[in-house]
Write a protein that binds this ligand. Structure first.
Ligand code: SF4
Length: 378
C-alpha cells in the first residue's frame, strides 16, 4: 500500500471538496478538546483546522487584536481564502484566541448571507467530578445538535465503534513514536509530525491502513539519527514540519514532544465505560495533558515532560512558543525551573508562523547542540 500521502504537509483542500461532492458533511474543528469520535459516529468528516501555509492576513487582521498568535489568525485567513470549504465549524475554547475564529467566521457568513453549522463547546479548565459532569452535558448537547445537522442518530454502539477506531490509530501512532526509542531511530521528528498531522484530515479508517503499511516497511529502514543529540520539543500548537526540519538540520533529532499536533493530538488509547461512552469521552478529552489552558494542569504537563524525557533518553529540551502565545509564555517560565531542578538542559525559542528569521533560531539551536555534545563527551 502506498502510504506517501501520510507525508503530505499542505492542507488537503481538494480531498475535502471531493468528500463534500460525494455528499459527506465535513466540519472544521478549532483546537482539540472536542472528541473526533462524536463527529465520526454521526457520519460527519472531522477536520482539525491548521495554520499551514504562507498568508497575507488581510481578512484576519480586523478580527484579531495585533497581539494575537499567528496560529489562530492564519486558520481564519485559510477559511476566508477558501483553503477550507466546509459545512461548518465546531469550536472549543482552547484559549481566548481561537475562540474568535468561530465568532468572526459567523459574522463573515452573515455578511455574505450564507449559513453554516457553527457550534461552540465550552471545555472546563479544571478537572473535578463536577467539571467532568458539566463537560458531559456539553457533549450531550453537541451530540443532539450533530444528530439534527447530519440526520443521523449517534447511538452508543456507533460511538463505541468510533472510539475503537480512534484507539487503534492511537496505538499505531504510539508505535511510530516507539521507533524513536532506538539509539539510532529510523524516522525523523519532521516525518513524525507529518504523520500526526495527516490524522487531522484523512479519514480515520484510511489513516489506520496507511500507518500499518508504513510501520511494516519501517522495519527495513536505515537509521536516521546516527550520532545526533536527542531533543524533546515542548510548546505552542506546532503544525509546521519545517520548524522541526530546521532543528534537525542543525544536527539534533526530535525524538518526542508535547505538542497539540504531535502525540498529544490523538493521545493515549482511552479506556471507556461500555455503559457510558460519552461520559468516558468527556473524561478522556478533559484529562489529557495537552496544553496549559487547564488551571490545574501544570502538574500533569510537568510529569509528562519529565517521564517522557527519561523514556526517550533526551539530551535536552527545546521549549518553542509562538509569538504572542501567553499560555506557553507563562508555562515556559515554570517549565524552565522544572527542567533546571531535574538537571535537564533546555533552551527557549520564540517563533512565528510562517517561520520568520530562521537564521537566528539556527544559531541558537546549533549552540545548544554543541553544548549537549560537549556534555555527552564529558
Ligand atoms: S495556546 Fe497559544 S498557540 Fe494556541 S491558540 Fe492560544 S495563543 Fe495561539
Amino acid at each position: 500500500m502506498d502510504y506517501k500521502k501520510l507525508f503530505e504537509t499542505e492542507i488537503r483542500t481538494d480531498l475535502i471538496k471531493k468528500r463534500r461532492s460525494e455528499g459527506k458533511k465535513v466540519l472544521g474543528m478549532v483546537c482539540c478538546h472536542v472528541p473526533f469520535e462524536l463527529l465520526h459516529a454521526a457520519g460527519i468528516s472531522p477536520i482539525r483546522l491548521r495554520a499551514t501555509g504562507k498568508k497575507d492576513m488581510g481578512a484576519a487582521d480586523p478580527y484579531f487584536v495585533p497581539q494575537s498568535c499567528d496560529f489562530a489568525k492564519t486558520i481564519y485567513q485559510n477559511l476566508c481564502d477558501g483553503v477550507y470549504e466546509l459545512d461548518g465549524l465546531v469550536s472549543s475554547d482552547g484559549c481566548d484566541v481561537p475562540v474568535q475564529i468561530a465568532s468572526a467566521w459567523k459574522r463573515h457568513l452573515e455578511g455574505i448571507g450564507r449559513e453554516e453549522f457553527i457550534y461552540d463547546v465550552s471545555a472546563p479548565r479544571v478537572i473535578t467530578d463536577a467539571s467532568q459532569g458539566y463537560f458531559k452535558y456539553e457533549l450531550e448537547d453537541l451530540r443532539d445538535a450533530l444528530e439534527e445537522f447530519s440526520g443521523n442518530k449517534i447511538t452508543d454502539e456507533k460511538l463505541k465503534h468510533s472510539i475503537e477506531l480512534y484507539n487503534e490509530a492511537r496505538r499505531l501512532v504510539r508505535q511510530v513514536y516507539d521507533l524513536h526509542l532506538e539509539d539510532d531511530p529510523v524516522i525523523t521528528g519532521e516525518d513524525t509530525l507529518k504523520i500526526t498531522l495527516a490524522a487531522t484530515e484523512l479519514p480515520i479508517e484510511e489513516y489506520i491502513e496507511l500507518l500499518k503499511a508504513f510501520l511494516e516497511d519501517a522495519k527495513n529502514f536505515e537509521p536516521q539519527g546516527k550520532g545526533r543529540v536527542r531533543v524533546m520539543l515542548v510548546g505552542s500548537s506546532l503544525d509546521d514540519p519545517s520548524f522541526i526540519k530546521l532543528i534537525e538540520d542543525c544536527g539534533c533529532l526530535v525524538v518526542c514532544d508535547l505538542n497539540s499536533f504531535g502525540i498529544r493530538f490523538l493521545g493515549e488509547p482511552m479506556d471507556y465505560d461500555e455503559n457510558d461512552p460519552l461520559g468516558s469521552l468527556a473524561k478522556h478529552y478533559l484529562g489529557r495533558a495537552s496544553c496549559p489552558r487547564m488551571m490545574d494542569g501544570s502538574d500533569r504537563i510537568h510529569e509528562y515532560i519529565i517521564d517522557t524525557a527519561a523514556e526517550f533518553q533526551v539530551d535536552g529540551v527545546i521549549i518553542e512558543r509562538l509569538k504572542h502565545c501567553e499560555k506557553w509564555q507563562n508555562e515556559a517560565f515554570v517549565i524552565g525551573d522544572l527542567l533546571k531542578s531535574n538537571n535537564i538542559q533546555y533552551i527557549e525559542v520564540e517563533r512565528q508562523q510562517p517561520l520568520v528569521g530562521p537564521a537566528q533560531i539556527e544559531l541558537r539551536v546549533e549552540a545548544f547542540k554543541e553544548m549537549l555534545e560537549t556534555l555527552k563527551e564529558s
